[in-house]
Design a protein around this ligand. Structure first.
Ligand SMILES: [Fe+2]
Length: 220
């Protein structure tokens, strides 16, 4: 199913189809569920997974570097530290369990303010580096709550934050082609900004536990 699923996504990306509609189709058709079952049987390729600093497990199921990636994001219990950021690609996200509150922001001034900007670049599989930018102020422009079954599309240039609204939140994310080299991350000015980030890989037994739980939330 991994090959079939990857081909379906590659075809949709090449044809410039709406990634949100593509993601909904992968979930509703049962293709994602079949792929997870195959993965848990060990019939599919390596899954990359690490704990993201914004408090969720980031599990890359499939991808074609520079073109697309299909991931599971899994929040459970732990700390709820988030920052405001954009992405280097457009993406679609669908909530499988729990609920998310997604807020979008605009930068409204540079040189002073309650926030500090950084430019973030991934330089290897497990390492990100940050280049320090100016202080700034931001203004929230929207807030939306997404529950199980909801999906949304976010353009790469949007500054946003996504916070879990329940103890356990599971989403599946389809990211499109790379559009930027660096992303912008905006931290509260009273918090120390990181110079670099080494990701924290998820061991296989923990990863399998996450995937079994995801299966419970996927349509057959
Ligand atoms: Fe995000």
């Amino acid at each position: 199913m991994g090959v079939e699923l990857a081909e379906a996504i590659s075809d949709a990306i090449r044809a410039d189809q709406d990634i949100r509609a593509t993601l909904d189709r992968l979930v509703d058709s049962g293709m994602l569920r079949s792929h997870l079952i195959d993965s848990l049987k060990g019939q599919d390729g390596e899954i990359l997974a690490y704990h993201h600093p914004n408090g969720f497990a980031k599990i890359r199921l499939l991808g074609d570097v520079g073109h697309w990636a299909l991931r599971i994001h899994f929040w459970s219990g732990a700390a709820r530290v988030t920052d405001v950021h954009n992405h280097s690609w457009d993406f679609a996200s669908r909530v499988l369990a729990g609920a998310l509150v997604e807020r979008q922001h605009h930068v409204v001034g540079f040189g002073s303010g309650a926030w500090k900007m950084s430019e973030c670049r991934r330089i290897s599989r497990h390492k990100y580096v940050y280049r320090q930018g100016p202080r700034c102020d931001i203004l929230q422009s929207s807030e939306r709550r997404y529950g199980a079954g909801d999906s949304y599309l976010l353009r790469h240039s949007c500054l946003h934050e996504a916070r879990p609204a329940e103890d356990q939140v599971v989403t599946v994310v389809l990211q499109g082609p790379d559009l930027l080299t660096d992303t912008t991350v905006i931290f509260p000015a009273d918090r120390p900004r990181p110079e670099e980030l080494l990701t924290d890989p998820i061991p296989l037994p923990e990863l399998e536990d996450y995937l079994w739980q995801v299966l419970d939330h996927l349509p057959a």
